[in-house]
Design a protein around this ligand. Sequence first.
Ligand SMILES: Cc1cc2nc3c(=O)[nH]c(=O)nc-3n(C[C@H](O)[C@H](O)[C@H](O)COP(=O)(O)O)c2cc1C
Length: 223
Amino acid sequence: MFYETSKGDHGLPRAPFKSIAVPRPIAWLSTLSPDGKPNLAPYSQFTNLNFNPPYIMISVNEGGHNQRKDTTLNIETTGEFVHNMVTYDLRNQMNITAEPFPLGVDEFEKAGLTKAPSMLVKPFRVAESPIQLECKYVQTIRIPSTGNQGAADIIIGKVVGIHINDEFIMPDGKIDILKIKPLARMGYSDYTYVSEIFEMKLTKMAGDRPDLDAGLEGALLKK
Ligand SMILES: Cc1cc2nc3c(=O)[nH]c(=O)nc-3n(C[C@H](O)[C@H](O)[C@H](O)COP(=O)(O)O)c2cc1C
């Protein structure tokens, strides 16, 4: 099949696009309102942009009411946010924090989550989450929408501090992803989590390139 996205003529009973870039990790963003009220919400239009230094991006839709979400307003006004890794065990709490509560409602309390202080930024971390990224706001890129879905704000942040719960670091120094079971979003109302890992290194058919190995690992390149 083929369909033109501007026409949306896929003929399927359910829109397929969100089932294509899968699985998507979920940014679970903790922010503070300008008057200091905590906010927490999940965003799966999320990825890393660079690793040295680390940058991440989240795309926040305005939605049909053309209203910018609390997370966008908080990040742009305070300049800070924290990403908390979502796990399979935290799936129900994450889901509660997606409810459209009015600005000023504390989703940590609604979901029964514990606030932990951050080191370099003011928004709290989710204590139950195994890994948190403390971020400083860099810029917003606005992309227009067709129809009445509202524009999207692509928020870029620089990761200035990383917390990893020692319980999830293996003796070889790698993060124990199978123990963490990171949750990921797929299409429709479907989710998955990481339950299997395999390793694959570069073939070296084009010669040994330690810089490429370092890039794939996200390591600092040794001079
Ligand atoms: C798993 C999951 C992923 C989501 N991803 C996004 C997303 O990428 N962009 C977006 O605009 N909304 C996304 N949402 C919806 C927001 O979480 C929801 O609108 C929330 O109420 C926003 O809260 P806020 O206004 O406090 O920022 C997602 C919801 C869930 C459950």
